[in-house]
Design a protein around this ligand. Structure first.
Ligand code: CA
Length: 241
């Protein structure tokens, strides 16, 4: 069955070009011009992936993103934005998006990213393993992470990144390896999205671990190389307020 894509874009020219390109690649595409129409569509129809323009005429794009995520927890959300400032990226990812593309979007890159996202989303449903690292448990099959039994709610890419790091604990993994394994096998260009996800992941794990008094591995930055998930001493002791 063709993957179902919801395109949310108010610009007629961009919408026409993207719809035509997506149809050409065999996707089942629905194009909505406003946030309200997109949300109405998402509450009644199953969707595999949303391409969401941030600058919409009726609602703030990040708010549309948050509501889409609630309506369709399993779908992939890729933000299309003309704004490349880092804060916009962070806000976009915190609102539940999996990825973003800065306009003008190159169609070849768009198609490559969509293929990678949709393939990974399908593969995630059949992964068998449960990994235990101290009080951190990653259940790849259920896509659940717990810290001392308490569930940690991660964005899809944060989960993939943690699962990838946990697959080789205490090994220094190159930035390019993480980008290609977690995002796209044919990744090229900026790895900024990796740092954004690592920062979010560290924050979420640390908050839950501190609340539970749990022992969890740390994500250590290796300058000029990448990241390593480190077991053992989890750094300076947590001081309760
Ligand atoms: Ca727009």
């Amino acid at each position: 069955m063709a993957s179902r894509i919801l395109l949310v874009e108010d610009d007629a020219t961009i919408g026409t070009v993207l719809t035509s390109s997506l149809h050409g690649h065999g996707y089942d595409v629905t194009w909505e011009r406003t946030g309200a129409c997109a949300l109405a569509r998402a509450t009644t129809n199953a969707i595999d992936l949303v391409l969401l323009d941030l600058g919409l005429p009726d609602l703030e794009g990040t708010e549309v993103c948050r509501r889409l995520r609630r309506a369709q927890p399993g779908c992939v959300i890729v933000i299309l934005t003309a704004r490349s400032a880092e804060m916009d990226v962070v806000v976009g990812l915190d609102s539940g998006a999996d990825d973003y593309l800065v306009k003008p979007v190159r169609l070849a890159e768009l198609q490559a990213r969509l293929r990678a996202h949709l393939r990974r989303n399908e593969a995630g449903a059949t992964a068998p393993e449960v990994r235990r690292l101290g009080d951190l448990v990653i259940d790849a099959r259920r896509r659940r992470v717990t810290v001392a039994g308490q569930e940690l709610h991660l964005r899809p890419k944060e989960f993939d990144l943690l699962d990838r790091l946990a697959a080789e604990p205490d090994v220094a993994l190159r930035r390019e390896t993480l980008m290609s394994d977690v995002w796209d096998a044919h990744w090229f260009g900026s790895t900024k999205t990796l740092d954004v996800h690592v920062a979010a992941l560290r924050r979420r794990v640390a908050e839950t671990a501190a609340a539970a008094g749990a022992e969890v591995p740390r994500i250590v930055t290796i300058r000029g190389h990448g990241y390593r998930l480190e077991l053992g001493d989890s750094g300076p002791p947590h001081t309760p307020p």
